[in-house]
Design a protein. Structure first.
Length: 335
């Protein structure tokens, strides 16, 4: 079968991971990369002996790709995703899908009316540790899942973070939309259940920009599982852990690659052996190719990406109102 011709739009920090993924994928022909910053585009293109462009529209017109990967700042996701869809390209757009729910809606309309497949890059669910955790939840061997707690702490205001991330007009917000959207995805995916209610408390103590630097989130799913997600982006803090607590045991995820289990036969937490595709970006890409081939929705569809934007909107509303916020649209789309 002919390989899928693919391009990458944006040659910033995460772009090389996508380029490498596409380059290594047996069903893909990596064609070109574009960035308004010529030297970034040329530098990355030279690593893979592909073409470099400074105008992504010109690139798509010239290269006629089957799929475009969008790794642009958040405020440009909508424009690029809609434009690519209208050119007949399938799209993988990095997370968060867009700045807000309305933008997600418009992207989904464009993908639907153009008949293309669109996936959103919430790739953390493809980590083997996450896949295994979901299998264990669904097996019922630890009883009923009661709650999730997640702690992600790290320097959000580090000097090497591109400035647009810290400008709300270009990013849509700070740690809550950027890191919190991964947390919402994991909660919804692991529990196969949408978040329906949120109580959020944010702080704005970053020395640069106008976005929140911490978020304390209490969320509830439609299956009545509660989650407490603590995100802190201030200085000299380090943590990346998630605990899943059941009626008969516990799972602990340390970083992205270590899973521990506690149950009635073990005296202490023990490591769980992991299987499957170790590269989450490769697994995400294969999921999109399979969806295109089979004519079905990818694991992380545009409708699902919009469901995350709906929770993120509730997070910001809850912080502003000081009250618990119902998630608009919850119940209207499947997880
Ligand atoms: N999945 C993950 O784990 C993960 C990790 C990092 C970033 N991301 C997401 O990836 C996206 C990009 O993040 P990043 O850290 O790579 O940002 P970045 O700022 O490093 O890269 C963005 C690039 O887009 C380019 N650009 C801006 N306007 C352009 C235009 N009109 N045409 C072409 N290029 C343009 C910039 O010059 C820059 O090189 C964001 O959505 C971010 O949230 C995801």
């Amino acid at each position: 079968m002919k390989p899928y011709r693919a391009v990458v739009i944006g040659a910033g920090i995460i772009a090389n991971t996508h380029l490498q993924t596409l380059h290594q994928n047996g069903r893909t022909e990596l064609a070109a990369v574009a960035d308004i910053n010529r030297s970034r585009a040329e530098q990355l293109a030279s690593n893979y002996a592909i073409a470099a462009y400074t105008d992504y529209k010109e690139m798509v017109a010239a290269e006629r790709p089957d799929i475009a990967v969008i790794t642009l700042p958040h405020f440009l996701h909508k424009e690029a995703a809609i434009w690519c869809a209208r050119q007949g390209c399938h799209v993988l757009v990095e997370k968060p899908m867009a700045m807000n729910v309305q933008e997600c809606f418009e992207i989904n309309e464009a993908a639907r009316s153009s008949g293309v497949t669109l996936a959103v890059g919430h790739m953390q669910r493809y980590y083997p540790a996450m896949v295994k955790a979901k299998q264990i939840i669904e097996s019922g061997r630890l009883g009923r899942l009661i709650m999730m707690t997640e702690r992600r702490w790290g320097d959000y205001f580090a000097v090497n973070r591109p400035a647009w991330f810290l400008n709300k007009a270009q990013s849509g917000g700070g740690i809550a939309i950027n890191i919190g959207s991964h947390s919402v995805d994991k909660l919804q995916w692991l529990t196969s259940s949408r978040v329906t209610k949120v109580k959020a408390s944010l702080t704005f103590f970053g020395e640069r920009g106008d976005v929140e630097g911490s978020a304390n989130l209490l969320m509830q799913t439609e299956s009545s599982i509660t989650a407490n997600v603590a995100l802190s982006g201030y200085h000299n803090v380090m943590m990346n852990e998630m605990d899943l607590l059941f009626t008969d045991g516990q799972l602990k995820l340390e970083g992205s690659h270590k899973l521990w289990i506690g149950d009635k036969i073990r005296k202490s937490l023990e490591p769980v052996e992991l299987e499957g595709e170790p590269d989450a970006f490769q697994a995400q890409w294969d999921d999109l190719l399979n969806a295109i081939e089979r004519g079905c929705e990818p694991g992380i569809s545009g409708a699902y990406g919009q469901s995350i934007a709906e929770v993120v909107a509730a997070i910001y509303h809850s912080h502003e109102s000081g009250a618990e916020q119902a998630v608009e649209g919850a119940g209207s789309s499947a997880v």
